[in-house]
Design a protein around this ligand. Structure first.
Ligand SMILES: Cc1cc2nc3c(=O)[nH]c(=O)nc-3n(C[C@H](O)[C@H](O)[C@H](O)COP(=O)(O)OP(=O)(O)OC[C@H]3O[C@@H](n4cnc5c(N)ncnc54)[C@H](O)[C@@H]3O)c2cc1C
Length: 424
């Protein structure tokens, strides 16, 4: 049987794969998108039940389609995000094949292109775009052993409070996931301990504009690289209850026990770093710096936006910050579960091409790898801070499609020139 051939194979039909398909289609480049499950599967089934987008509907979307019947300032529930991408795929006529997993990609010996082994057969492709997502493999630091007598899950496996055994919960990590999960558990009547590491916490809104708008006009979404020394700083934001600034003092006042970074475990006791006050202070500094920059922007361009001096009133630190718990006996505290909201890593085990550094990270420039024909999309900071977000990946896909078209033209020239030589 003849092997199926395609110019460009896109692996994964999340937002990255669909954006790639749109731009390849615009250039008239033949391509195929393979998705092992369903379109936008992660939004559909790999997030907790109550998740809404962290950015408002006017911002967290692709340029050419709005969320239907949705207030642009609303935060969209995850199922509707998945529906949006399904509708988007239909709108652009994306050639997506669902239920097909890419198992292995290797270079064709002695000629240009790749042999792609899938769950349903073999394909040959001139180019492969890895759009399989940056948030794939959960990271759980090896701190608490599995037999410690508590349920331990990663935030990606958390669905709702009812899934956890009765009792108190330790949530480790205070980025958007950890904070939102801790908040939901508190609302469900759980006693909650929240382990807070370094974080940024921009205001949800300031002077009548959402932080997504502020980060945009202040050029922060376009920042090309993390600030030195802040590579792993997570951003704590939430669209829950119509969107609120993450305020750790308010969470503490509502009953969440804040603790520092989770450090170790011994004899049933978890220890926390003495860094809570410092982490909170740095988060405050980040928050206040956004207010300062926003005020300067308003003044400079004479914007008519209401002043909001109360946003600067942070209030005193509660006792859990000034006199933090450094050790916690899980049994005595009644903790039945630990949720590790400690992030993700990528998984390119199927890509058998030498395009990774010693830490397994893709080698690339704006998604273009040093191996001709291999491209990455959806990487954090691929070209800018916004790269792994819905709106940002669309622009990175546009750039990649341009690069693929450029290379395609060289190949076309070569093929035509060869024919002419043969004809002569
Ligand atoms: C909890 C959480 C909340 C988020 N909230 C927001 C938000 O509000 N706004 C925002 O802009 N961003 C948000 N993000 C970031 C980002 O938008 C999402 O993670 C998004 O899902 C990334 O899209 P993607 O297409 O790059 O990857 P994915 O959504 O992970 O899509 C990759 C696809 O590839 C498929 N796949 C993987 N391996 C293979 C294979 N070998 N063969 C075939 N198919 C394969 C997967 O099934 C998947 O469908 C959030 C992320 C997380 C973790």
């Amino acid at each position: 049987m003849a092997v199926e051939r395609v110019n460009t194979l896109v692996v994964g039909a999340g937002q990255a794969g669909l954006a790639m398909s749109e731009h390849l289609g615009r250039h008239g480049l033949p391509h195929l998108v393979l998705e092992r499950h369903r379109i936008a599967e992660r939004w559909r089934s790999e997030r907790w039940d109550s998740l809404v987008t962290n950015g408002p509907a006017w911002h967290d979307r692709f340029p050419d389609m709005e969320f239907p019947n949705t207030d642009p300032d609303a935060f969209v529930p995850k199922e509707r995000v998945a529906d949006y991408f399904v509708a988007y795929a239909e709108m652009i006529g994306a050639p997506v094949r669902c239920g097909v997993e890419v198992k292995r990609v290797e270079r064709l010996p002695g000629r240009f292109g790749f042999r792609v082994e899938t769950s349903v057969g073999e394909i040959e492709a001139d180019n492969v775009v890895a759009a399989t997502g940056a948030f794939q493999r959960p990271i759980i630091p090896a701190i608490v052993p599995e037999d410690a007598g508590v349920v331990q899950i990663h935030s990606s496996a958390y669905r709702n409070p009812g899934q956890l055994p009765a009792g108190a919960v330790l949530v480790v990590g205070a980025g958007s996931s950890g904070v939102q999960i801790a908040d939901e558990l508190l609302g469900a009547g759980r006693r909650v301990f929240l382990s807070v590491g370094p974080h940024d916490r921009p205001p949800r809104a300031y002077r009548g504009r959402d932080y997504c708008w502020w980060l945009g006009v202040l050029g922060k979404w376009d920042a090309p690289a993390p600030r030195p020394g802040t590579e792993h700083v997570t951003i704590a934001v939430s669209g829950v209850r119509g969107g609120e600034t993450i305020d750790f003092r308010r969470l503490a006042a509502r009953g969440i026990m804040l603790v520092g970074r989770t450090e170790s475990f011994r004899n049933g006791v978890v220890t926390f770093a003495r860094d809570l006050a410092e982490n909170i202070a740095r988060g405050d500094a980040n928050y206040l710096s956004v207010l300062d920059e926003a005020d300067a922007y308003v003044a400079r361009y004479g914007l008519d936006l209401p002043e909001e001096p109360e946003a600067r009133q942070l209030g005193p630190n509660p006792a859990c910050i000034t006199d933090p718990i450094l050790e916690l006996n899980l049994r005595e505290a009644g903790i039945s579960a630990i949720i590790w909201a400690t992030g993700f890593t990528a998984d390119y085990s199927w890509l058998k091409i030498d395009v990774f550094d010693e830490k397994g990270r893709p080698k690339h420039q704006r998604g273009v790898s040093p191996e001709p024909g291999i491209y990455f999309l959806g990487l954090p900071w691929q070209s800018r801070r916004g790269s792994s977000f819905i709106w940002g990946v669309w622009h990175d896909a546009k750039y990649l499609a341009d690069q693929i078209l450029i290379q395609h033209k060289y190949q076309q020239y070569h093929a035509n020139a060869k024919r002419q030589v043969t004809a002569v």
